[in-house]
Each structure stands twice: as C-alpha cells, then as structure tokens.
Ligand binder design. Structure first.
Ligand SMILES: [Zn+2]
Ligand SMILES: [Zn+2]
Length: 159
C-alpha cells in the first residue's frame, strides 16, 4: 500500500500516513499541529494523480537511496582495512574489503525502490503503483514551480 510522508507545516517533522478517503486532517506527532489532506480513491489504490497536500499534479520520481548507509559501509571498510594493516595481513585482503563493500553497496542501491515526490510541497510517496508514469527530476520544472508558482497540471516538460 502507498505510504505518504507529509512534512509538518509547523515544525518540519515527517508525518507518515496511509491514504484513506475518510482522513481529512492529519496530526503531527511532534508538535500536535493539524493540517488538511485530500485523499481520493486513487490514493487508496496506491495511484498517484493528485497531491493530497497541495492538490497539484506535478511529481518526479527518484531512487529511495540511503546516503547514510553508503557512508557507514565506507567507514566500516576503512576500519577493517586499518586493522588488517596493523596486523600485517596480506594487502590482497585489504583491497578485497573495499571490493566486497563496494559490491554490497551496489546491490543495495540497485534494490532500492523508486519513490515519487511532489515538486510543490515536497510530500513523498512510497509504494506508488503508477510510478513508471512519473518522470525523473526536471530542473526547469522545479524552478518554475518553486520560484514562479507555475502549475504544469501533471503535464511534464519533455526535452
Ligand atoms: Zn509538527
Ligand atoms: Zn504537493
């Protein structure tokens, strides 16, 4: 099922919500502020056409990657290889630590799912059924939506 990650307009905390047409308001767990949401039957079926927060139709997709994990793997490799060097272990092993971790990082990255993000309000949508219909990030669209409040009505620019 689609998960929606709203940003609290009051304190900026993330608010996780499962779409439901009966939910008209969501509440922030951190500051208790409420904000209005508009879910429709598409959302209940994990189909993303309209943003439940700002009601726009302009979204982009990207990999849901975890930068922290990549950094952690790199630090682990550095620590392991330093220990190996200290004990005078064959440099082949030292190199292979990096290769294994690089491969692991690659596999993890490849397995990551696509998520959709609203240009206007930055709401994040996970497990979107029609994710293949949502194009990648477009700088021109982003600038026009953010700085001149342009509305593309779900018709992305194609270059
Ligand atoms: Zn809040
Ligand atoms: Zn939005």
């Amino acid at each position: 099922m689609m998960t929606v990650l709203f940003t609290c307009k009051n304190c900026g905390s993330a608010i996780h919500v499962y779409p439901s047409v009966d939910a008209h308001k969501i509440q922030c767990d951190v500051c208790q502020a409420e904000q209005e949401v508009k879910f429709d039957h598409n959302h209940e079926q994990s189909i993303l056409k309209d943003c439940p927060s700002c009601e726009r139709k302009d979204f982009y997709s990207q990999k849901d990657f975890n930068r922290k994990l990549g950094v952690m793997l790199f630090v682990a490799a550095a620590v392991i290889s330093t220990i190996m060097l200290y004990y005078g272990i064959n440099p082949i092993w030292y190199l292979s630590t990096f290769i294994v971790l690089y491969a692991l990082d690659f596999v993890l990255f490849r397995r990551l799912k696509q998520i959709a993000i609203c240009y206007k309000c930055q709401t994040i949508f996970k497990e979107v059924a029609n994710i293949d219909e949502i194009p990648g990030f477009n700088h021109e669209m982003n600038d026009r939506i953010i700085y001149s409040d342009h509305n593309f009505h779900g018709k992305p620019l194609d270059h």
